[in-house]
Design a protein around this ligand. Structure first.
Ligand code: SAM
Ligand code: ZN
Length: 363
C-alpha cells in the first residue's frame, strides 16, 4: 500500500477507502481554523473519517489529543485504524455509523467534523446530539447542484428551502445550508454563529460555533428569511423573518421577481478569526490564503451583483469588474466576493451599480 504525506500526517490509502488529494486545500483550511481557535486539549469527533486524514492532521497539527474517528464502511474503518497507529496517535477508531454512535454513546465533543459524500442532511441531527456547549461544528456539502437550484425539487425536499439558480446561487446555497443547520440546532437549544462559510470548487463548507440557550436558538432561526430576484435586470431584495411575501415587483425595472428561501441572511464569517487564520498560514498554500483573504474582505451583506450580468442587461461590451469596483467604492461600501471573481458586494443598490458599469464602459 502506497504511503503519502499530507501536512504532518503519514497516510496509506487502503482499497475501498476514499481519499481525494484535491481536497487538501480544504483540510489545510480546517487545520488552520482549529489552530486559530486554540482548540488544544479538546475532544474531537471525525464522524466520516475514511482514511482518517482529517482527524489525524487535527491531532498532530492542532494538537488535539483526544478523539474518536468513525466510519460506517468496514474497509475505511480498518484503514483509519491503521493510519492512527502509523502516526503514533491514541485516537479511538470505531466502525460504526454516526447515527448508531450518537444513539448509543454518552460521549460529547468540542469539535465535530462532517464530511460525507453528497448531502450532510442525514447526519446533522445526530451530530448535534453529541455537541458540548460552545462546540465547533464543521459541515461539508457536495450536493451543490441541489443547493444551487439545478435540482430545485431536491432542495425543497432535503433542506426545506426554495433555491435560486442564478449568478449568486453558490452564495444562496451556502445560506440555505446555514438556515437548515440553524433550524436543526434550534431543536437542541443551540444557536449558531458562522465563523467561516465558503463555496469553492465542488463543495460548500460551514465552520460554526454553537451557542447554547433558547434565546440564542430563537435569534439564529430569526436570522433566516427570503430573497427575491429579478431575472430581467438582476436586481435582488431580501428580508429577514419567516413570513413569506407572496409577490413582489422589481423596484428597478418593474418586472415580476422570483422568491427563494428560507435562507440565512446573517453574517457568514468572523473577520477577526480570519485575520488570525491568515497569520497562521505558512505560505505553502497560496490558493487557500487567497480564498481566506477574499472571505475576510467581503461585506456581510447578502448576495452580490455580477458585472457581466449588468453589461448584458445594458447591452454593453465587457468591462473590468475591478474598475467598476473602484468607481463604486468612491461613494459606497463595496468589495470583491469569494463566491465569484466578477461579482461585487455592495450596499449601494442596483441603480448605483448600473451607473458605475455605464461610467466605466464609457471611459
Ligand atoms: C467523503 S468521505 C470522507 C473523506 C475524509 N473526511 C477526507 O477528508 O478524506 C465520506 C466517508 O463517510 C463515510 N460515511 C458515510 N455515511 C456515514 C455515516 N452515516 N456514519 C459514518 N460514516 C459515514 C463513508 O464511508 C466515507 O468513508
Ligand atoms: Zn428588475
Amino acid at each position: 500500500m502506497e504511503q503519502t504525506t499530507e501536512g504532518a500526517a503519514k497516510i496509506r490509502v487502503g482499497e475501498g477507502t476514499f481519499y481525494n488529494p484535491k481536497m487538501r486545500k480544504l483540510r489545510d483550511i480546517s487545520v488552520v481554523f482549529l489552530k486559530a481557535l486554540g482548540m488544544r486539549n479538546t475532544r474531537l469527533l471525525d464522524a466520516t473519517a475514511a482514511t482518517g486524514v482529517r482527524g489525524i492532521r487535527y491531532a498532530l497539527e492542532a494538537r488535539i489529543r483526544d478523539g474518536v474517528l468513525l466510519d460506517i464502511n468496514p474497509a475505511a474503518y480498518r484503514n483509519a485504524r491503521a493510519n492512527v497507529r502509523l502516526n503514533g496517535l491514541k485516537l479511538r477508531v470505531l466502525g460504526k455509523s454516526l447515527q448508531e454512535f450518537a444513539n448509543t454513546s454518552k460521549e460529547s465533543f468540542d469539535i465535530i467534523d462532517l464530511d460525507p459524500f453528497g448531502t450532510p442532511v442525514p447526519l446533522v441531527h445526530d451530530a448535534l446530539k453529541l455537541c458540548k456547549r460552545h462546540a465547533v461544528l464543521m459541515v461539508t456539502a457536495t450536493d451543490t447542484a441541489t443547493l444551487c437550484g439545478a435540482e430545485a425539487a431536491a432542495c425543497l425536499r432535503n433542506y426545506g428551502s426554495v433555491p435560486v439558480h442564478n449568478e449568486f446561487c453558490h452564495e444562496a446555497g451556502v445560506r440555505i445550508l446555514l438556515s437548515f443547520v440553524a433550524r436543526e440546532a434550534a431543536q437542541f437549544g443551540f444557536g449558531i454563529e458562522p465563523l467561516l462559510s465558503i463555496s469553492d470548487m465542488h463543495y460548500m463548507r460551514l465552520f460554526l460555533r454553537l451557542e447554547q440557550g433558547a434565546d440564542k436558538a430563537h435569534e439564529s432561526v430569526r436570522c433566516s428569511g427570503f430573497g427575491a430576484y429579478c431575472s430581467n435586470c438582476h436586481n435582488f431584495v431580501y428580508e429577514a423573518g419567516i413570513e413569506h411575501r407572496a409577490d413582489a415587483k422589481c423596484s428597478y425595472c418593474g418586472k415580476h421577481m422570483q422568491f427563494f428561501g428560507p435562507l440565512w441572511l446573517g453574517k457568514l464569517h468572523d473577520r477577526q478569526l480570519l485575520g488570525r487564520m491568515l497569520h497562521l498560514c505558512d505560505g505553502n498554500d497560496a490558493d487557500a490564503e487567497k480564498l481566506l483573504e477574499l472571505a475576510r474582505e467581503e461585506l456581510d451583506t447578502p448576495f452580490f451583483y455580477s458585472v457581466p450580468k449588468a453589461t448584458s442587461y445594458l447591452g454593453l461590451g465587457s468591462v473590468s469588474p475591478a474598475r467598476v469596483l473602484a468607481t463604486l467604492s468612491k461613494r459606497h461600501r463595496a468589495t470583491k466576493t469569494h463566491f465569484d471573481e466578477s461579482g461585487i458586494k455592495t450596499d449601494a443598490g442596483i441603480g448605483a451599480v448600473i451607473d458605475a458599469v455605464r461610467r466605466v464602459s464609457k471611459e
